[in-house]
Design a protein around this ligand. Structure first.
Ligand code: TYD
Length: 129
């Protein structure tokens, strides 16, 4: 399975936009955990690791940042997230990091698992095995 972006519902009127995620067909997994990062200093990198089991969807709730996905051959693909109605699905076993955060960027992460430090692969060399 590979990563992909998809659009969430966007309900737009003169009062602004509204987007939602609910149980059902929008996500390929049931959400067990939600976390978000914010106040990320300019130039900082986050999330340089892979998960053994966890699948996730990332949304740029505010501002913008890039998600870089690195294949086992070292090939890098950049996904720019800057819309509150675009989700990026990342399957388990994907090496990814986030960079190029704008001022006030908020990255929302919807996870298929509860937090478990043992699910992290934090060294690229181990990931290759
Ligand atoms: P970390 O995974 O290093 O952040 P990032 O992936 O953005 O680089 O997590 C930072 C700290 O927060 C680390 O000590 C683990 C802790 N943490 C939790 O306790 N629960 C969570 O759901 C997450 C994502 C992290």
């Amino acid at each position: 399975m590979t990563f992909y972006t998809f659009e969430l519902p966007k309900i737009q009127d003169e009062r602004g936009n509204l987007t939602y995620i609910q149980k059902g067909s929008q996500l390929p997994f049931e959400i067990k955990r939600v976390y978000w990062t914010y106040n990320v200093p300019g130039g900082e990198t986050r999330g340089g690791h892979a998960y053994k089991k966890q699948q996730e969807v990332i949304v740029a709730l505010s501002g913008s940042f890039d998600v870089i996905i690195t294949s086992k051959t070292g090939h890098k693909q950049k996904i720019e997230l800057n819309r509150g109605y675009v989700g990026l699905f990342i399957p388990a076993g994907t090496w990814r990091h986030l960079e190029n955060f704008s001022t006030n960027a908020v990255s929302l992460h919807l996870s298929s698992t509860e937090y478990n430090a043992d699910d992290y692969i934090r060294e690229f060399q181990l990931y290759l095995k």
